[in-house]
Design a protein around this ligand. Structure first.
Ligand code: C2E
Ligand code: MG
Ligand code: MG
Length: 507
């Protein structure tokens, strides 16, 4: 007699139940036990098969989600709400401009949701996501065929109305959108309330390009918000765009948590005599969801004003040094790495320690670094600036005087301050072919600079004629689009491998 089935821990529970049902819970004969073992194995195999299928299904479901997201993205849709994404919005905007007849207007509206952040933070992101989907749907509900709702990111929605004959039509739709968003939303059985402010800008009245129109709509939106909840307003010329742009940048910088949207691009400086890459300048870039690419000339002063520049500047230096290491480990020589140091940064206590720490941590030699400083920075506080620059130089860091010619351009500074390099500003280079005075000035700077043993760099060289003339004038290095635009590290790598850089033929 074989053992009873209950003693067989390997028996499948379903088989045990069947055996009990058949009254076979008693010890089994050997033949029945063998048969039962075979049936049991079949049950187990079935289980294994089911698990395999489950796994395959889970994998397939995951792949389907990724694929659906990709397809939506390619179709220009925002993966969360299914409304247009930024790329599609811009494309439709271009199409609308191209198709607009003289009697027509194109309206762009910025929708600001009041209360969304609170809901997102208090009742959770999945409800926040749900709310954004509902907002997208309600906005779509008030638009006409051919109009577009787009989510630029976060809780930022824009509306595009390509066919407007009278501003009143845009006002009507804005009012309906506000009304639609003020109706309670139901999330998980709870009613929640938000409100909206809308800014409206019209093409071609308020701006003639996409970026300008978006800034105008955004500016109007801020004014609408100032008016209180549930308002819309049109852009008007008296809204000071420049001031508002600064405010916008400030607001966006506050929103940008961390430094996720900042990155560096690199532009080579080339020796005019040998065409060898002398060094690289690191230039900061910021891409914002709403504002798009913002020029460092616009956001750096705001960062200074907000007291963010010390942190960001330290990040720039560390990131540039890290890049030097990466290139070096890949066998690429980038020459000296130049970073721009802003006025506020120079006045920041602890700057020297920060620099020493970064050099230590990244293992890049001080001699491989160059700080680009503009004249205006040293004018304000000559004594402490001299002291700081001397300190950097004693560490081995090279100092360049950037944008030379745009400030006071006092030649005595060249003697007084410990600069190793003088960078002649692009504004002089722009005019050298047509303005003999500029040629004379550059020639004087070169002569004097060389007498003081400084290296002279020409910035912003764009044409071969400028290059030829600068060569005659005995400038040492060249930087400009003629040779290379600022590039990502990956794009720059082949040039570094080559070690040399030549003028690119004009398009
Ligand atoms: P900069 O240091 O004088 O940099 C040169 C600027 O001229 C760069 O503009 C560069 O892209 C541009 N450029 C170079 N060659 C040409 C050319 O052939 N044609 C034209 N049209 N432009 C050319 P970018 O990157 O927009 O930077 C503007 C300024 O922002 C810089 O002027 C610098 O003062 C500041 N900046 C950039 N990155 C940083 C940073 O990391 N920290 C600080 N403090 N300032 C920075
Ligand atoms: Mg510079
Ligand atoms: Mg410059």
């Amino acid at each position: 007699m074989a053992d009873g089935p209950m003693d067989h821990p390997g028996y499948h529970p379903l088989l045990l139940r069947q055996l009990r049902k058949a009254g076979l819970a008693q010890p089994l004969s050997q033949a029945t036990a063998r048969l039962a073992a075979l049936v049991g194995e079949a049950y187990h195999e079935q289980d294994r098969e089911r698990r395999r299928n489950d796994r395959a299904m889970t994998l397939m479901a995951k792949e389907m989600t990724v694929l659906a997201e990709k397809i939506r993205h390619q179709a220009g849709l925002d993966p969360l709400t299914g409304t247009a994404n930024r790329t599609l919005f811009r494309e439709r905007l271009r199409e609308a401009f191209a198709a607009a007849m003289p009697e027509q207007r194109v309206a762009v509206m910025f929708v600001d949701l009041d209360g969304f952040k609170l809901i997102n933070d208090s009742i959770g992101h999945s409800f926040g996501d749900q709310l954004l989907c509902d907002v997208g749907r309600r906005l779509e509900g008030v638009l006409r065929d051919g109009d577009t709702v787009s989510r630029l990111g976060g809780d930022e929605f824009t509306l595009l109305l390509p066919l407007i004959y009278k501003p009143g039509e845009a006002a009507f739709i804005a009012a309906r959108a506000i009304e639609a968003l003020e109706r309670p939303f139901v999330l998980d059985g709870n009613e929640v309330l938000i409100s909206a402010a809308i800014g409206i800008a019209l093409y071609p009245d308020d701006a003639e390009d996409g970026d300008g129109l978006l800034v105008a709509a955004d500016t109007a939106m801020y004014r609408a918000k100032e008016m209180g909840r549930g308002h819309y307003t049109f852009f008007t010329a008296d809204m000071n765009v420049r001031l508002h742009q600064r405010l916008l940048i400030k607001n966006r910088l506050l929103k940008a948590k961390g430094r996720g949207d900042l990155n560096l691009v690199y532009q080579p400086k080339i020796c005019i005599r040998t065409n060898r890459i002398q060094g690289i300048e690191a230039l900061l870039r910021w891409q914002d969801n709403r504002l798009g690419k913002v020029s460092p000339c616009d956001f750096i002063p705001v960062m200074e004003e907000m007291g963010l520049i010390a942190d960001v500047g330290a990040w720039v230096l560390a990131e540039a040094c890290r890049q030097v290491r990466i290139w070096r480990e890949a066998g690429l020589e980038s020459g000296r790495m130049a970073v721009n140091v802003s006025a506020r940064q120079l006045r920041q206590p602890g700057l020297i320690d920060t620099v020493i720490n970064i050099i230590r941590q990244t293992g890049v030699a001080a001699d491989d670094l160059e700080f680009e400083i503009t004249e205006s920075m040293i004018i304000r506080d000559t004594e402490s600036a001299t002291h700081l620059l001397d300190e950097f130089r004693s560490m081995g860091i090279h100092i360049a005087l950037d944008d030379f010619g745009t400030g006071f351009s006092s030649l005595s500074y060249l003697r007084k301050f410990p600069f190793d390099i003088i960078k002649i500003d692009k504004s002089f280079i722009d005019e050298i072919m047509s303005n003999p005075d500029d040629v004379a000035i550059i020639s004087a700077i070169v002569t004097m600079g060389h007498a003081l043993k400084r290296r002279i760099v020409a910035e912003g060289v764009e044409t071969i004629d400028q290059y030829d003339l600068l060569k005659q004038l005995d400038v040492d290095d060249i930087q400009g689009f003629l040779f290379s635009r600022p590039m990502t590290p990956e794009d720059l790598a082949p040039l570094l491998k080559q070690g040399e850089c030549y003028p690119r033929p004009s398009p």
